[in-house]
Every structure is written in C-alpha cells, then in structure tokens.
Ligand binder design. Structure first.
Ligand code: THU
Length: 136
C-alpha cells in the first residue's frame, strides 16, 4: 500500500474540498462530492459533481477539478483531496482514476468524510497496472 510520507496540507485541502462539495449539483443522487487538486506550484483547483437530468452526462467532482485545472494551463499536480458523506470513505470511481492518472500520475489522494474519518494513499494504490501513454 502507500509508501513514503504524505505531504503537508492535506487536511487544509480537504477543508477546501468540503466547501466545494457544498456547490455540488446533485439533485438526482443527493450524493455530494467535493474535490481539491493541488498543483506543483501550490495552487488549489476545486471541483464538485455536476449531475444532469440525462443521468449519464453527470461529471464527478474529481474530473471537474482536473478539467478545470487543465483548461487553465495547470498541468503538474502533487495531491488531491476528495470529500463525501457516505457510510464508508468514498474513493474516486474508475473513470476518475484513469483521468487522475493521465494528468496527475502517482499523486497523493486524501479521502475524508464529514465525520472525520480519513485515509491517505497514492494513485498507484488505487490504479495498479494502469493503461497510459507508455502503452501507445
Ligand atoms: N461521484 C463523484 O463525484 N466522484 C466519484 O468518484 C464517485 C461518484 C458522484 C457522481 C454522482 O453525481 C454521485 O457522486 C453519485 O454517484
């Protein structure tokens, strides 16, 4: 599992992700998620899930954060925090793992819920044996 020491500031990132979670547009699932992505230069880019009446068009919080960052020209990252409120800590879904791997590589992933449960691991723990540009 996780190797090395997580970087500083993950709890503060989770606090920012918790605020982003409040902006989730989740009228269908009622399941709000917030994400905070930290660039290598220390900038924080947030995301929340954005659902649609055409359910399959829903975008997860993590992907919203990544696409916001990339669209702003931010391309190097060192950590992501994800906050949800569920019976067990909610890790990024499969498609989000693939997108996070593409743009963030083996970053630290910090999970929190609203009750104070938390866990920090690395992308390579969430997505072992990934498909990426080395396979092309
Ligand atoms: N969701 C996320 O935002 N991130 C994830 O990694 C898992 C799921 C959202 C999508 C949908 O709006 C709601 O949570 C329920 O699946």
């Amino acid at each position: 599992m996780s190797r090395g020491k997580p970087p500083a500031g993950l709890r503060e990132m989770a606090r920012v992700a918790r605020e982003a979670r409040e902006r989730a547009h989740a009228p269908y699932s009622k399941f709000k998620v917030g994400a905070a992505l930290r660039s290598s230069a220390g900038e924080i880019v947030t995301g929340c899930n954005v659902e649609n009446a055409s359910y399959g068009l829903t975008l997860c919080a993590e992907r919203v954060a990544v696409f916001k960052a990339v669209s702003e020209g931010i391309l190097a990252f060192d950590a992501v925090a994800v906050v949800a409120d569920s019976p067990r800590l909610a890790p990024p879904c499969g498609p989000c793992r693939q997108i996070l791997w593409e743009f963030c590589g083996d970053v630290w992933v910090h999970l929190e819920d609203l009750k104070g449960h938390r866990r920090t691991l690395r992308m390579r723990d969430l997505l072992p044996y990934p498909f990426d540009d080395r396979n092309l």
